[in-house]
Design a protein around this ligand. Structure first.
Ligand code: GLC
Length: 692
């Protein structure tokens, strides 16, 4: 059951797709305190209550014990004390005496104190109060998520090639660099499906331009790469460079498509190209106009984009930088004691992404002038929505890859997200693991982190361990920042292990893709915490470093340097599949309970749940090269003689997706032998390995 409440005068975020009537009943579970300015909701937690949700955020799957702020923030250093990252995902799921979900549907800042100030108190602060709040009640956790996900609509589905391995780096300068990456991956037979174009492909960082000197024949490059089954994925930034003669700038000014300042003039901020204006994505005409600009790249054969800097990130504003220079001037030549020195230092440190700047920006929403500060969390969402809506006009047939850095709930229907600028830290590998189910709850299925870490210098072992996890995530992209150690997989002395891991990924893609489509269409999570499956198992409540994938597979990645193994908790017996150092697969049934597994650096395991199976194909160097008609089945039959699974398979790009077209694989035991059959006559089975 879903109950809807209205506070103040909420802004329509378009986060939900279903009509729900306002409830007349008293607001449940929380003590509600509201005045003109602020709405405070207070909930008393029991000792064992678990609070799930909040999508892209720091800390655990259980969010208890910290505080968080929903305010999309350009936060490259995700240290443990950070309260906001790039997204604002206002959904919580409380497992207590009664289980329920709560969704705060509003675009402004929302604060969550989840047992931080007082361990037993969950307090949500909405300021200003204007919001719709939904309370979702079902008995089991999965059902609450499902009801919520049905409320917010189906998750974005990318083309199938976007499940392949992707290589990115801020620093690829020209055509030569791109061709080299492609060549080296192909030479070493390391599978790859996409190479990213970061800001340097543009002419002076101007959106929808191309630096002709660096890319003299871009179309040819796109074609040549496509022949290799490699797609190029350019970045699009939110800020538009202020430059006479640059058509996007000129059209935007002429049509009043940019956000404005207090005087109604286009707001001036600065990002990569220097001074920019920000397109007013909250204005439907401006949104459409900007979205249609992607056409120039689509026409050159591009099939995917990543939208960046759309919190929006602001390096400085005119006003902000002037203030900083005034302070520097004031202190010039002086003997600075501590507080003056701090003042000087902070004048520059605080110049970026300042709240004063966000308060100085205005949107024109169908003729109404509204402060950006109040709509902040919708900016990246609506940039991505604009692109997606334009693709519906520009690309009728084909799915286009699209994902964004900033997001809020609602955007999950238009694109995926990557989790922003993480670092080459072991703790960010763990964060990546913990974040996946939280993101899935909030509708974001096409997601993953910068594998290997964006900032900092990756080590060989961190890359290996990280990939042992990323082979399971829908978005699997190696991306790194300018100035960091090279981290393309061929840069490492030993590439054999990467080949084995990528081969595994490609063998697994048909299963992952099919499971992804079902998760989107059935409002399900792809990654679940163990407790969502084993809800009677108290121990599983606290397991945060193992996940269930597609209800079938359990993963237990290693995320500590020099670890030669780890403890794994099994809520029931499972089939353990070990990929050993030589790349061979070994099988053993492991009993319920705790078990220690010795896993050297090049080894990893995954588990198949009881009475379930997974299908694999033969590896290939790209998704287009996969032969999905020849399958190998690996499964665990504990107490059944027959098992079944649905497989959704298509051309990988057609927009219309009908899961009714899925085919069925059945595996059956006859006279001690297992065999498989399929309702799709094109499918044949290379191997059927069922353990019991
Ligand atoms: C931002 C993005 C990062 C990108 C860089 C340069 O930091 O988050 O992925 O590489 O900008 O465009």
């Amino acid at each position: 059951m879903i109950r809807k409440y209205k506070f103040g005068d909420p802004y329509p975020t378009d986060a939900i797709v279903k009509e729900v009537d306002l409830s007349n009943e008293k607001f449940p579970y929380f003590i509600k305190n509201m005045d003109k300015e602020v709405l405070e909701l207070t909930y008393k937690m029991n000792k064992t209550d678990v609070v799930y949700g909040l999508g892209e955020n720091m800390h655990g799957i259980n969010k208890r014990g910290f505080h968080y702020t929903s305010f999309c923030t350009d936060e490259p250093i995700h240290a443990e004390d950070k309260v906001s990252l790039y997204a604002a995902h206002n959904f919580l799921l409380i497992e207590g005496e009664m289980n329920f979900g709560i969704f705060i549907d509003c675009p402004q800042k929302v604060e969550y104190d989840i047992g931080y100030t007082s361990f037993s108190i969950l307090k949500i602060t909405v300021k200003p109060v204007d919001s719709y709040i939904y309370i979702i009640e079902e008995t089991v956790l999965n059902q609450i998520v499902k009801a919520f996900r049905e409320l917010i609509g189906e998750s974005y589905i990318p083309p199938k090639w976007a499940f392949g391995f992707q290589q990115s780096r801020w620093g690829y300068q020209n055509e030569e660099d791109i061709r080299t990456v492609a060549k080296k991956y192909r030479e070493r037979k390391l599978p790859i499906d996409a190479i990213y174009l970061d800001i340097d492909y543009m002419e002076n960082f101007k959106d929808f331009t191309m630096d002709k000197k660096k890319f003299p024949d871009f179309e040819q490059l796109v074609k040549d790469m496509k022949k290799e089954n490699i797609r190029l994925v350019p970045i699009i930034d939110a800020g538009v460079k202020i430059e006479e003669g640059y058509s996007i700038y000129e059209e935007g000014v002429e049509n009043k498509y940019f956000c404005t300042d207090i005087n109604g003039e286009p707001f001036i901020g600065a990002v990569w190209p220097g001074r920019v204006h920000f397109p007013d994505f909250l204005n439907s005409k401006a949104r459409k106009w900007f979205g249609l600009q992607y056409k120039v790249l689509l026409e050159k054969g591009i099939e995917g984009f990543w939208n960046d800097m759309n919190e929006p990130a602001i390096f400085y504003s005119e006003k902000g930088i002037k203030k900083a220079f005034d302070i520097i001037e004031k202190y010039k030549g002086k003997d600075l004691a501590i507080y003056d020195f701090f003042d000087l230092k902070d004048s520059i440190l605080n110049v970026s992404n300042s709240i004063e700047d966000y308060k100085a920006i205005y949107h024109n929403v169908e003729g109404n002038r509204i402060s950006h500060y109040l709509l902040h969390n919708l900016y990246g969402y609506h940039m991505t929505r604009g692109a997606s809506e334009a693709f519906d006009i520009l690309e009728k047939e084909k799915r286009i890859l699209l994902f964004s850095r900033a997001s809020s709930i609602g955007m999950h229907r238009y694109g995926g997200i990557w989790t922003g600028d993480n670092s080459s830290w072991w703790q960010h590998l763990l964060l990546n693991i913990k974040m996946m189910p939280s993101l899935n709850m909030c509708g974001f299925l096409y997601t993953g982190a910068d594998t290997g870490g964006f900032g900092g210098h990756v080590t060989y072992d961190l890359m290996v361990r990280w990939i042992q996890f990323s082979i399971f995530t829908p978005l699997f992209r190696n991306h790194a920042a300018l100035g960091t150690r090279d981290q393309e997989l061929y840069q490492f002395e030993e590439t054999n292990v990467f080949k084995q891991l990528l081969d595994f990924r490609y063998r697994f893609i048909p299963f992952l893709y099919s499971s992804f489509i079902f998760a989107s269409k059935k409002a399900d999570m792809l990654f679940k915490p163990l407790h969502f499956i084993y809800d009677a198992d108290e121990r599983s409540k606290t397991v945060e470093d193992q996940l269930i994938l597609a209800d079938t597979v359990m993963i237990a990645p290693i995320y500590e340097q020099n670890a030669m193994g780890r403890y794994i908790y099994l809520p029931e017996e499972m089939l353990c599949v070990r990929i050993n150092k030589e790349g061979n697969w070994e099988y053993v049934v492991v009993d319920k309970g705790h078990t220690y597994m010795h896993l050297e650096l090049e080894e990893f395991v995954f588990f198949i749940r009881k009475n379930q199976f997974v299908y694999f194909v033969n590896p290939a160097e790209s998704v287009d090269d996969l032969n999905e008609d020849i399958l190998t089945i690996i499964g665990y039959a504990k107490d059944v003689e027959e098992m079944e699974c649905k497989v959704y398979k298509d051309d990988g790009y057609t927009k219309a997706i009908n899961i009714e077209n899925a085919y069925t694989i059945s595996v059956k035991k006859r006279r001690k032998e297992w065999f498989a059959e399929s309702t799709n006559k094109n499918i044949s089975f290379e191997g059927v390995h069922i353990f019991s």
